[in-house]
Write a protein that binds this ligand. Structure first.
Ligand code: GDP
Ligand code: IMO
Ligand code: MG
Length: 432
């Protein structure tokens, strides 16, 4: 019996939410370990749609414990709004089924504002990242800079004032430099005081909760956000998010040892998408891209932005298999490829006249690589809603097998629609 980590193996939006929801039936605990409300995870259960950003995707199942780990950056306003929205949809949320690590860093209004100021300024110089403007980067900077306000600080008014001083010294210097008004101590304190009651009931010693759960034999599902190519170290830097999104982060971002992680499941879209700026070797800015975008409904859950679309890139996913230690993948959105005459897969790159089989680390090389494609025959039958391997057309099976071969990892799960139960189980990650 293994604990399972779910990670995105591309640039996010691979369908992690759907798969985590499906897998959470088999786990007692679901833990978010990085990112924040920049994530947008869509679940569809019997036609009912749930959009989650900050809360773990296990929260919609009764009887499961959801945990927001210390590796997350936590916006208390977004949290309160999401809890409210889910309650309206009939989801019970209370400290009985949700905990937040006491050592989680907060995202405050000044982080969100700074994210926006920088993106606006960068638009003029053409160096925009295309962030979600949620304050993710600035909040992680403050955490690493040792001036963050953390969840536990909300419980201690005496020490909070000094921490706010320290934070504002830094932020007000930046704000002055960027030509924006300063934040007053009173306003920052008022913001923190106003959210304390909504957050503190959920605060817990998460490392201890997880340690006790492990000793009792409970199964834990770690839910990654974003994707491997958005990882701060291993992604397409600087066009990345500000956290480690890969499987190793599940341990540090929640407070368990690396041996607690038994199986790494890479969620992998049957083609490729990306939101925001940055290199995308297999991008199809043409009718194929439009076809994938329309059929796949590729619009961001968080910002509503149109996602860029392109062919499956086996080079990237093979690299993701390596840096995450992926044991198996959940291949999603296979149905979106239904009806295409031909399907292309990128198997390598050409860089400055040479063939390479990896994504180079430098920004300029990433922008220059040209994909080398293989072309496969498509299929005319529909795979949408298929619930068994036997329902798949022969050419679709061929495509899946070829993907496995190229990336060096087996398909453990296959998803054929947004709906929870339109999922084919090949290998149970918890039993592997
Ligand atoms: P996440 O960020 O990785 O959780 O992915 P998102 O939820 O942002 O984006 C994935 C989108 O694809 C959502 O709208 C899902 O409902 C949808 N989806 C997930 N799996 C499938 C699938 O197998 N087929 C189709 N057609 N849609 C899917
Ligand atoms: P899920 O969990 C896709 C992208 C943004 C931008 C970059 C940095 O739904 O897969 P940030 O706000 O994090 O500083 O933005 O990262 N990005 C995502 N793209 N899916 C996500 O999450 C993303 N979270 C951030 O578009 O390019
Ligand atoms: Mg998403």
């Amino acid at each position: 019996m293994a604990n399972v980590v779910v990670v995105g193996s591309q640039w996010g939006d691979e369908g992690k939410g759907k798969i985590v929801d499906w897998l959470s039936e088999r786990a007692e605990i679901v833990v978010r370990f990085q990112g924040g409300h920049n994530a947008g995870h869509t679940l569809v259960v019997d036609g009912k749609v749930y959009k989650l950003s900050l809360l773990p995707s296990g929260v919609v199942r009764p009887g499961k414990l959801s945990i927001i780990g210390n590796g997350v950056v936590f916006d208390p306003h977004a949290f309160a709004a999401e809890v409210e929205k889910l309650r309206e949809l009939g989801v019970d949320i209370s400290p009985d089924n949700l905990r937040i690590a006491e050592n989680t860093a907060l995202i405050l209004s000044l982080h969100r504002e700074l994210d926006g100021f920088r993106e606006d300024a960068a638009s003029n110089s053409g160096t925009r990242i295309g962030t979600t403007r949620r304050g993710i980067g600035p909040a992680y900077e403050d955490k690493v800079g040792r001036r963050a306000i953390r969840v536990m600080d909300l419980a201690n008014a005496e020490t909070l004032a000094g921490k706010v001083d320290r934070l504002l010294t830094h932020h007000n210097a930046l704000r002055r430099g960027l030509g924006h008004a300063e934040v007053s101590h009173a306003d920052a304190m008022a913001e923190l005081t106003s959210v304390a009651d909504k957050v503190l009931p959920y605060m817990d010693r998460v490392w201890k909760v997880l340690d006790d759960a492990r000793r009792a034999g409970s199964r834990i599902l770690f839910e990654g956000a974003q994707g491997t190519l958005l990882d701060i170290d291993h992604g397409t830097y600087p066009f990345v998010t500000s956290s480690n999104t890969i499987a190793g982060q599940a341990a540090t971002g929640s407070g368990v040892g690396p041996a607690a992680i038994g199986y790494v499941l890479g969620i992998t879209k049957a083609y490729t998408t990306r939101v925001g700026e940055g290199p995308f070797p297999t991008e199809q800015d043409n009718e194929i891209g439009n076809f994938l975008g329309e059929r796949g409904r590729e619009f961001g859950t968080v910002t509503g932005r149109k996602r860029r679309c392109g062919w499956f890139d086996a080079v990237l996913v093979r690299q993701a298999v390596a840096v995450n230690g992926i044991n198996g993948i959940a291949l999603t959105k296979l149905d979106v490829l239904d009806g295409l005459d031909e399907i292309r897969i990128c198997t390598g790159y050409r860089l400055d006249g040479k063939e390479i089989d990896y994504l180079p680390a430098s920004q300029s090389a990433q922008a220059r690589v040209e994909p080398i494609y293989e072309t496969l025959e498509g299929w005319k039958e529909t795979t949408a809603g298929a619930r068994s391997w036997a329902d798949l057309p022969a050419q679709a099976v061929k495509y899946v097998r070829h993907v496995e071969e190229l990336i060096g990892a087996p398909v453990a799960l296959l998803s054929t629609s947004p709906e929870r139960d339109d999922t084919i189980l090949v290998t149970d990650p918890f039993q592997d």
